[in-house]
Design a protein around this ligand. Sequence first.
Ligand SMILES: [Zn+2]
Length: 476
Amino acid sequence: MADVWRFFSHEDDYPDLNEDELCQRLGHALSIPTVDGPTHDGTDWAAFDELEEFFRRAYPYVFETAEVEKVDHSLMLTLHGSDQTLRPAMFMGHMDVVPVVAGTEGDWTHDPFGGYVDGEYVWGRGALDMTDQVVGVLEAVEYALRHGWEFRRTLLVCLGQDEETLQSGARAMGRLLERRGVRLEFLLDEGDYDVVDASVYGAPGCHCMPVGLAEKGYADVVLTVRSAGGHSSNPFGGTSLARLAKAIDRVASDAWPVELIDVDRTMLQTLAPHITQEPLASLTAGGRAAIDANADAIARVFAATPALYPLVTTTVAPTMIEGSSQQSNVMPQDMSATINFRILPGTTMDDIEARVHELVDDLGVEVLLDRSVSNGPSHTSRSDGVGFALLESVASRYFCDPQTAEPLPLVPSLESGATDASMYEGVCDACLRFSPFVADADEIERGVHGTNERITRRSYLQGIRFLIRLVQEALL
Ligand SMILES: [Zn+2]
């Protein structure tokens, strides 16, 4: 049963919002299959054109007021503010959605591209990731303009075309802004769609909302072993499988440094007043000074906790192996294995590549870091600026603990996936990944990139209230 709305407050703000019309427009956007192709040429760009046409019809104030630029199939809207001394804000997102996994179409209760709206949910691929937030941004800006609100701060709305695959749209828009010398005050991108139970941090009873300040890097390293194979009755010198296994074992059991990085420390600093369980309670009592002084001990606690260990180290996961012999009495010839790294900020792709060479070169194993699918960790955004304070201020109005009536804390966090936000690092030191469109954990688990993706009408409306308020506080 859905109950994330127990954290909602001020659902009576902006009473002239028409819930049915809002949900129907979201449904319409979800019915347009802006699915990523595996490649640029393999993508059906007509669907993206159709979505843009729909946006132009549905949000006339936005498209009449904004300077509209197409960057390939991505959209960059600029709404000029009157005060040039204020740095612009950006609301960003991606218009593409992942495909429905072949063979699972029949598992959906409603057509993933049917735009179905019932009394409780809006259904469809993208309902959480992240057509809801994209359309919600347009709704909020349209609402502001329709009410005659005048922006002092310039707003950019940047909507990428391929976040789930190549990220070429956001990359191009980021570079364009760099060339123009733009500096953003902050940007808002999607986050985890989540209200998080902080028990795992030793704060049972505390719920919080993550704001992603940094992303781990991603690297696939392919190990290849070559040999002539032959009959298994004479394996003199070992088989390629044995050598590959040894190489995999060395790489997988090599321990990367364990470190409480800055974003971990800021997260704990925010949670410290709520942490009641040992050993973290003693280690964090006293706030940031205590956290800094006890950083190594805290990092060791994280490293020994399954849910927390990715936050303090680079992780190494062997995932694929190829080239095995098809017969037990025949030795394999060329074999390869793929090892997936998630890189902690502070470590680079070059560090990974060099270390793997060190570990396996003496085994005669070839090492290839596949740079076409890999990227280094992001920068770490600031949480002490205008942008984070604005999110805190607006969230404190809309997301509260039902027991204490206290606002849910916004907690700086490290994301494990790569989003488009990092493409704007050259123009922004406060890339904030936060979703005011929230769902229950099981909905996120099942729906995001899965089956029966949907958002409750109540969550959608609350997200729009959040964004309208953010427009008021950040731009007017
Ligand atoms: Zn997404």
